[in-house]
Design a protein around this ligand. Structure first.
Ligand code: LMR
Length: 328
């Protein structure tokens, strides 16, 4: 009958969408937005996929959808809550609708290296942030590193005043909007998947990102050059819905979380090198990288740092103090 035919068709399409998954396995769909090679998140996601599929075979099955093929970051958290995907790892800048506490990580010159970020996240204050959205149905599972952000534009950026009047793409974060306004730029929030086209079409003049993102999405090809400002950090939270986590048998959940934490430790230790290799790959591909003298960099610090005042209530002075103590 028609109903039987429809259910068979549905079964067949569900099967082909999860070709690697066997019947009865828990399907863990992981949607993210970056490339997979030479990228801290891309490599970590692939390793997680491989380990889950090897070690949890018969129980669970993971499918990674990179490069925004399934969802942009502005949709993926809703998709998690709907149960359309089970895992995501958006940058900390993308959680504004759920918590303002992550604004700490976007404040320019708050952390002086990814090691400092790592140490802060490992502290009690950092670990508590993983639980800051449980009321909204999201549970942070692990922080994954990318790295320090650099500035690029279609004109050379040496002094912050060079950014005057330029349009900059920013992630969906009000801190990053304020930061670009502080240098006289005109910020525009935009999905990661649209940045290359927007730079190429001159919808925006510039952007900020890590070496691995600038290389992975070829932004350097449509920019005058990249200025090594190391002015901020880009980091991720691996996140799931509390509902999905609660639905797992305790031993299954434990095994999955153990694999995740091992992958986190292994790949976070490599994130700096992955970015440095992407930096070199940009040079090898003919991209222009501009280094700043200490004095030139100090001008960026002086121009951007006042942004902290605007957001200190959101992030908590105690968190700012803790982050600064780690830098020292
Ligand atoms: C961006 O939107 O620039 C980044 O958050 C992309 C990413 O996931 O690294």
């Amino acid at each position: 009958t028609a109903a039987v035919a429809a259910s068979i068709a549905l079964g067949a399409s569900a099967l082909s969408a999860n070709a690697a998954c066997d019947e009865g396995e828990i399907v863990i769909k992981f949607s993210h937005v970056t490339n997979t090679d030479r990228h801290p998140k891309g490599i970590a996601a692939s390793l997680l996929e491989q380990r889950v599929n090897d070690e949890m075979n018969g129980t669970a099955c993971m499918e990674v959808f990179p490069n925004s093929t399934l969802y942009d970051d502005n949709k993926v958290l809703e998709a998690l809550l709907q149960g359309d995907v089970q895992l995501a790892a958006p940058s900390l800048s993308k959680f504004e609708a759920f918590t303002k506490k992550f604004r700490l990580f976007d404040l320019p010159f708050m952390f002086e290296s990814i090691d400092a970020v790592n140490a802060f996240q490992a502290s009690d204050a950092g670990q508590a942030l993983k639980d800051s959205m449980t009321r909204r149905g999201l549970q942070g599972l692990a922080f994954w590193h990318n790295g320090m952000k650099q500035m690029s534009a279609n004109v050379p950026l040496i002094a912050p005043t060079d950014a005057n009047g330029l349009r900059f793409r920013v992630q969906s974060s009000d801190v990053l909007v304020a930061q670009m306004e502080a240098i006289g730029g005109s910020p525009q929030k935009m999905a990661f998947s649209e940045v290359y086209g927007a730079l190429q079409q001159k919808v925006v003049d510039g952007q900020e990102n890590t070496w691995s993102n600038i290389y992975g999405k070829k932004f350097f090809e449509v920019q005058d050059g990249i200025t090594e400002t190391n002015h901020g950090i880009l980091d991720y939270l691996v996140v799931a819905s509390t509902e999905w986590l609660d639905s797992l048998e305790p031993d299954v959940r434990d095994q999955f979380l153990t694999i995740l934490s091992e992958v986190t430790e292994t790949r976070n230790a490599e994130s700096y090198d992955v970015n440095q290799k992407a930096r070199q790959a940009i040079i090898d591909a003919g991209g222009e990288i501009r280094e700043l003298t200490d004095e030139q960099r100090a001008a960026w610090v002086e121009t951007m740092k006042p942004v902290w005042d605007k957001f200190s209530d959101d992030v908590g002075q105690e968190n700012i103090d803790a982050a600064q103590a780690i830098n020292d």
